[in-house]
Design a protein around this ligand. Structure first.
Ligand code: SAM
Length: 340
């Protein structure tokens, strides 16, 4: 049947599918269609207001989805409807692990939720209750609620498979589109720093595309760097990435300026901004991430570049919300360019 859809690059397909599903905009009665390097996701008619970066709105012939099991994990739970309504609609999938956050009132029933997710998500081995990320290394506190095995897994995104340990080093599958977006901007011969790299998804995606002359990934959590090295060992491009276990305080003073710098330390990055901006070569770009209160977003870019005036001429050439962070704040990406 003919219906409305969103045409998205395959690399972002899963991410956008989840965002549409969370927003109640995805049609589950129709099949996702494939068009070469693109997927066409069937949507409800009114998709006004979704960011243009999600994809191109189109009209297409879709096949009807064959009847299958429940379309929501909550339908596997024999609970009253009002209680099911209090369950989160979304959860994260990291490799063969599912992570979910639950309202406190539902925690006594966490094992039931875990079993439902284990049954619902194909190929899943372990379900964890996500208690959030903490401390300077942004390690995630997780609690097993169903399934078995360790928190170690391999997560596939943007055509690469990353070694991840959900508990020992930061990783979020919600940043996949961001990793791809930055990697796609890297031009032939650019040198790249991935600062606060975690298990290295920016660095690995950039190296995989093959245009960068060099990629250096830095993190103060040695376990994150060990995981990155595990990933790199599996790829022919691995030897071209330098993985450095060091705090920025030790790395930055010796760093020569390069064309692309990523700084993804959203709560504390601001304190490193001037010393990181010094490592951006003339004409180069800094991809800077920050959690910003929605009331302060307008004008935040100007505040950032004003703080860099003593170092030279910088301008915010693009900014966008990556995803909501809390009811009143967003994770925001700022692309800051140094004048050539
Ligand atoms: C939000 S995570 C970034 C993860 C990664 N860029 C990604 O996209 O998945 C922040 C990382 O910064 C690291 N970190 C925190 N303070 C640091 C510092 N002073 N120097 C270097 N790394 C630091 C933490 O260990 C953590 O892995």
């Amino acid at each position: 049947m003919i219906a409305r859809g969103l045409r998205v690059p395959r690399s972002h397909g899963e991410d956008v599918r989840k965002e549409l599903a969370d927003a109640g905009l995805l049609r589950t009665d129709l099949e996702v269609e494939q068009e070469g390097e693109f997927l066409v996701l069937p949507t409800v008619n009114d998709v006004e207001g979704i960011p243009s970066s999600w994809g191109e709105p189109v009209e297409r012939e879709f096949r009807l989805h064959p009847a299958k099991g429940p379309s929501r994990y909550r339908d596997l739970l024999p609970w009253p409807d009002e209680e099911k309504e209090t369950l989160p609609r979304s959860f994260d999938v990291v490799g063969d692990i599912v992570l979910i956050r639950l309202p406190t009132a539902l925690e006594p029933k966490k094992e039931e939720v875990g079993e439902a997710l284990l049954q619902f998500v194909p190929g899943v081995r372990l379900v964890g209750l996500d208690h959030g990320v903490h401390g300077p290394a942004r390690r995630r506190e997780v609690e097993r609620i169903a399934g078995s095995g360790t928190w170690r897994t391999r997560h596939r995104e943007n055509g690469v498979e990353l070694d991840v340990d959900v508990e020992r080093a930061y990783f979020s599958p919600r940043l996949a589109r961001e990793h791809a977006r930055v990697a796609e901007e890297v031009e032939s011969g650019d040198r790249v720093y991935d600062l606060c790299c975690g298990v290295g998804p920016f660095a690995v995606t950039i190296a995989h595309l093959g245009r960068a002359a060099s990629v250096t990934a830095v993190d103060s959590n040695p376990e994150a760097i060990d995981l990155l090295r595990e990933t790199l060992r599996r790829y022919p491009f691995g030897p071209r990435v330098r993985a450095v276990a060091a705090p920025l305080e030790a790395f930055l003073p010796e760093a020569v300026p390069v064309e692309r710098v990523v700084l993804n330390l959203p709560h504390e990055g601001i304190k490193y901004l001037p010393s990181v901006a010094r490592t951006v070569a003339p004409g180069g770009r800094l991809y800077y991430y920050e959690v910003v209160a929605r009331t302060e977003l307008e004008g935040r870019g100007v505040v950032l570049v004003d703080s860099l005036v003593p170092l030279g001429e910088f301008a915010v050439v693009a900014e966008h919300v990556v995803h909501p962070y809390s009811p009143a704040s967003d994770l925001v990406a700022f692309v800051i360019e140094r004048a050539g």
